[in-house]
Ligand binder design. Structure first.
Ligand SMILES: [Ca+2]
Ligand SMILES: [Ca+2]
Ligand SMILES: [Ca+2]
Ligand SMILES: [Ca+2]
Length: 221
């Protein structure tokens, strides 16, 4: 009987010392279309949610498989719980630096992220791995990345994975540690074209040069 009490004491002690709440073994998946390797059948990414901790945003939950969906919202709408909630995007203008906020549950968590800049249905192309083992702190992390000139304007997809091991993450497959994967549908916009005055491109260039040298050109009445 003493051994039984000792065993129970040890189990509860470990749960408390872990600083995270125990939950049944389960996994979290993404929800981008399956060309991005989302479901188990296509080697989709998944993380153990054994310990409820080391997640993005305010929560993570268990799924049976990747929730591949046209708008990358299957993990949010499928079970009524929007747990893919960790990343906030500002304007995503081609050729500019983008600002995003990434919320992490804990200090010393590590982020890998991808954007399908050429909108060809994968995260494999050069420059599409935007964050590689980026260290996050608990709370909101303001991060920047460059959107290449060759990116395609319109809707595309992004994948964010974080965990508590500084080993880097691939965009598919299992990570044997606690963490989360969140997929997003995003929109890349064209950079605005500069206004060209009514007196034409040469006039615009003269005006720009004149402004630089402090000379003003006036249109003939
Ligand atoms: Ca998820
Ligand atoms: Ca999603
Ligand atoms: Ca989340
Ligand atoms: Ca791509």
């Amino acid at each position: 009987m003493k051994k039984l009490y000792f065993g129970i004491f040890m189990v509860f002690g470990l749960i408390i010392l872990s600083n995270h709440v125990y939950a049944p073994v389960c996994y979290d998946y993404g929800d981008a279309p399956d060309s991005y390797n989302t479901t188990m059948a296509t080697n989709g990414p998944y993380h153990s949610a054994f310990f409820v901790g080391y997640y993005l945003g305010s929560s993570v939950e268990c799924d049976n498989d990747g929730q591949n969906s046209t708008n990358a919202d299957g993990d949010d709408t499928g079970d009524g719980t929007d747990d893919e909630d960790g990343v906030t995007f500002g304007t995503l203008e081609i050729g500019s630096n983008a600002d995003i906020d990434v919320v992490s549950s804990d200090n010393d968590t590590y982020l890998d992220a991808w954007i399908d800049f050429n909108a060809d249905g994968d995260f494999l192309d050069l420059g599409e791995h935007i964050f590689d083992n980026e260290t996050l702190s608990a709370g909101t992390n303001n991060l920047q990345f460059a959107i290449p000139e060759g990116a395609v304007a319109g809707d595309t997809f992004a994948r964010f994975r974080s965990d508590n091991v500084a080993a880097g993450l691939p965009y598919g497959g299992h990570a044997g540690v606690a963490g989360e994967v969140e997929d997003y549908k995003i929109t890349l916009t064209e950079a605005p074209t500069p206004d060209v005055p009514e007196f034409g491109l040469i006039g615009y260039l003269l005006a720009t040069l004149g402004s630089y040298f402090g000379i003003k050109f006036k249109k003939k009445a």
